[in-house]
Design a protein around this ligand. Structure first.
Ligand code: ADP
Ligand code: MG
Length: 366
């Protein structure tokens, strides 16, 4: 055999974030439901049913869609576009992302139009005329769609109304929050109908154990990971909401730790150490994705928490030309939605108390 073979990992890539497994155990039913909705729309574009997927983090929502999109690209004439609304959260950004993909895939020899100095309506009309000419069937996924709301929600309306002009567009919306559309303009909400809801529930302990075992089998050399380590990790991942992402990151770190200590066996101890490191890393990558305005705000929150009125004063003192009361609260609500802070009302009619959910040293590392 190879003398330079890695003594711990067989195929480390299996544990990387962008790796899409060929098989997603315990999601067969959901994948089938989504695929068959898309396939019937492909056959009968007049009968499009939009898709709304919701469920807690790490339950395979994104992985399923990427898996389905890969198959769509290989096997059908559909034109899948994947949009992560955490990164692209304005209607202009969304339309441009679709146009960009369209030109890249359908008109590869033409120059991709610039978005600079172009109005939204103009860009949208360009997309419509290209879609009308090409007669392809776009399947557009808005992952983490809550970040598009309420500011960018109009684009959902604009796209779903194209069916009235006989331009079929299939929309897929994914979110952690089942009730996200409750506060959205009823006009937009009704334009999205008909819509089929597909819930992703958290994995059970047995399912989690099986999912982890399968990843371990592909990623690690034989007998490197202790059975007890797998059991322990499955338990913790379930306690933390059934999040496979945590399990995957932890396996990768635990493997590195086992390599470093030279014994080449992943034990419960490695899992424990890796878990505490990955919590730190998770918070760090969340903070990294924030805008600089949001990062300034979160960095001002003291370790022991603070009431909102005091926080507003503190913020204005440090940033005299910063945002006003209403916007500051808007940003705080966003941070709370990301899970980076908690806001709770203290006492009846009392003011909000803001607590930090990320270790201070994460914020100091920027
Ligand atoms: P969500 O989008 O629901 O937050 P993801 O789809 O990003 O979660 O999944 C998180 C991680 O867990 C990814 O690495 C994904 O490949 C993995 N994962 C989730 N569900 C499964 C499953 N059933 N089998 C194998 N891996 C899974
Ligand atoms: Mg996701």
């Amino acid at each position: 055999m190879y003398s330079h073979e890695d003594p711990v990992f067989r195929q480390k890539e299996v544990l990387f974030p962008d790796y899409i497994p060929d098989h997603l155990p315990h999601r067969e039913k959901e994948i089938k439901a989504v695929s068959s909705l898309i396939n019937s729309a492909l056959k009968d574009p007049a009968g499009i049913v939009n898709i709304f997927i919701y469920g807690p983090p790490g339950t395979g929502k994104t992985a399923s869609i990427k898996f389905i999109f890969r198959k769509l690209e290989e096997e059908t004439a559909a034109f899948p576009v994947y949009i992560n609304c955490f990164r692209i959260n304005t209607r202009m950004g969304v339309i441009y992302a679709i146009i960009f993909e369209f030109f890249r895939k359908v008109r590869p020899t033409r120059r991709i139009p610039s978005r600079r100095g172009v109005a939204y309506d103009e860009l949208f009309d360009l997309l419509v005329s290209e879609l009308r000419k090409s007669r392809i069937f776009p399947v557009i996924c808005f992952d983490e769609v809550d970040h598009l709301l309420p500011r960018g929600a109009e684009v959902l309306y604009d796209l779903s109304r194209l069916k009235e002009e006989s331009i079929p567009v299939q929309l897929i919306m994914i979110t952690n929050d089942q009730f996200i559309f409750m506060n959205v303009d009823p006009r937009i909400r009704s334009s999205l109908r008909p819509v089929e809801e597909i819930p992703y529930r958290a994995y059970t302990l047995d399912e989690m154990r099986e999912i982890i075992k399968l990843r371990v089998e592909f990623a690690f050399q034989k007998d490197v990971v202790d059975e007890k380590a797998v059991d322990y990790l499955a338990e913790v991942a379930c306690e933390m909401g059934g999040d496979v992402r945590i399990a995957r990151e932890t396996l990768l770190r635990a493997g590195e730790l086992a390599k470093k200590d030279g014994k080449f066996r992943v034990t419960v101890e490695h899992i424990k150490q890796a878990l505490s490191e990955s919590q730190f890393a998770k918070a760090k990558s969340m903070v990294e994705q924030l805008s600089s305005k949001e990062r300034k705000i979160i960095s001002l929150i003291p370790e022991n928490g603070i009431f909102y009125p005091e926080f507003y004063e503190l913020y204005r003192k440090v940033y005299p030309s910063g945002v006003r009361d209403r916007m500051l609260r808007y940003y705080l609500e966003r941070l709370a939605r990301y899970g980076l802070i908690t806001m709770e009302r203290r006492g009846i009619g009392g003011s909000y108390f803001i607590r930090l959910n990320v270790p201070r040293k994460v914020l100091n590392s920027f």
